[in-house]
Design a binder for this molecule. Structure first.
Ligand code: UD1
Ligand code: UDP
Length: 359
């Protein structure tokens, strides 16, 4: 059984690390293919270095561009690579343009596709990720649903039961593995904060950063939430967001402490001791839930309803008043919810299923 894992962006690298490790632990041949959708060191190389991943066997270096450009160029790049190596299965993770491209390219080459994090739906077809998820689920041969809720969605889409496995989310595996390593002495001092006296924020979704009214609303809401709760707001901003702010009005972040995108360990170490997470990230809704850090989700919908149902997250949208109200409410809640995203052994489960070692 030859496995060719495809990654393209920050969250895929992080969430596929447990799958790559489980392949290695079982001696299963595993190629690592990178589309190169993310390429800046802080969105790409830092994770290979920190998580101990091997360098990709192939990097297609597709870079940035339109959705059509990214999907088409990743497909064109993957076609000869898949033909040359003939893997038995191509696992992909999540909902990015790289994921859709890899799933289509593998399917068209007659190679089985395994979708890690299958069955998520925001029910918002305006999000590129929603279309990528639906299409990837439907071309996949093995669907690794993180939760029973995701399995129910796949069943509702008519996907045969025999293809669906509830495995938990690999994000939990990585978090369990790295949490103690991440909380190293001197970290909070390096960022000039004290435990539970700061909020951590990220923002990158196009529907938030590319729409000026939402961008302004969210940044005003973050600053006002910091003032209301007497918290420093550390905002680790994606290059896309930093560019938008620079082009719109650099003063928008005057009351935030803006940071570049951080490596996994610094980010996780800060997250673990934060008073609040304020984010539009998918993966961070899961990580906050696992770390028992209350999450204010800067979106109108979510494909991670488990986190909301657990009481760990609330949908705050982009209105500053609502963001402050949600931040106040979440800051006050007890941190005692259960983690619905798995037990930290999802990567092993997925690889065992692929190797036929588990039914
Ligand atoms: C992509 C995914 C999104 C995921 C996010 C993870 C899609 C449709 N979107 O969004 O689902 O949540 O990755 O972070 O696939 N840029 C850099 N350096 C890089 C990469 C990008 O500076 O290494 C800048 C470029 O200006 C680029 C912009 O960020 O145009 C957007 O990059 P892109 O890969 O298109 O989408 P993301 O916003 O990163
Ligand atoms: N992350 C990180 N540094 C940062 C921001 C996020 O290491 O500055 C990690 C975070 O811990 C999580 C993942 O990146 O594991 C989430 O990726 P992102 O928000 O880019 O994508 P999404 O999950 O929304 O697709």
């Amino acid at each position: 059984m030859k496995i060719a894992v495809v990654v393209g962006t920050r969250p895929e690298i992080i969430k596929m690390a447990p799958v790559v490790r489980a392949c290695r632990a079982r001696g299963a041949p595993c190629l690592l293919l990178h589309t190169g959708q993310h390429y800046s060191f802080e969105l790409d190389g830092v994770f290979f270095a920190e998580l101990g991943l091997p360098a990709p066997d192939v990097n297609l270096e597709i870079g940035s561009g339109s959705r059509t450009y990214q999907v088409a160029s990743a497909m064109l790049g993957l076609e000869p690579v898949l033909r040359a190596h003939r893997p038995d299965v191509v696992p992909v993770e999540g909902d990015t343009n790289s994921v859709l491209a890899a799933a289509l390219a593998a399917n068209q080459a007659g190679i089985a596709v395994g979708h890690v994090e299958a069955g998520l739906r925001s029910h918002d077809r305006g999000m590129p990720e929603e279309i990528n998820r639906i299409l990837t689920d439907h071309v996949s041969d093995h669907l690794f649903a993180p939760t029973t809720g995701a399995r129910a969605i796949l069943r509702g889409d008519g996907i045969p039961e025999s293809r669906i496995h509830v495995t938990g989310n690999t994000v939990v595996d990585e978090l369990h593995l790295q949490r103690d390593r991440a909380r190293r002495p001197g970290l909070l001092e390096r960022f000039g904060v004290e435990a539970r006296r700061y909020a951590l924020a990220t923002l990158h979704r196009p529907e938030n950063v590319d729409q000026e009214d939402r961008l302004r609303g969210i940044l005003a809401g973050l600053a006002a939430a910091g003032d209301a709760l007497d918290l420093v707001v550390l905002a680790a901003l994606h290059p896309r967001t930093q560019a938008r702010i620079a082009a719109t009005d650099p003063a928008l972040t005057a009351r935030l402490r803006v940071l570049p995108p951080l490596g996994y360990l610094d980010f996780l170490g800060l997250h673990a001791d934060a008073a609040l997470m304020l984010t539009d990230s998918g993966g961070l809704q899961e990580e906050a839930c696992c770390l028992r850090v209350p999450c204010v989700t800067l979106r109108d919908n979510t494909e991670r309803p488990e986190s909301v149902a657990a009481g760990a997250s609330v949908l705050a949208g982009a209105d500053p008043g609502r963001i402050v109200a949600c931040a106040r409410a979440m800051h006050a809640i007890p941190r005692d919810w259960p983690n619905p995203f798995g037990d930290g052994r999802s990567g092993e489960r997925i690889v065992d299923l692929l190797l036929g070692m588990r039914a």
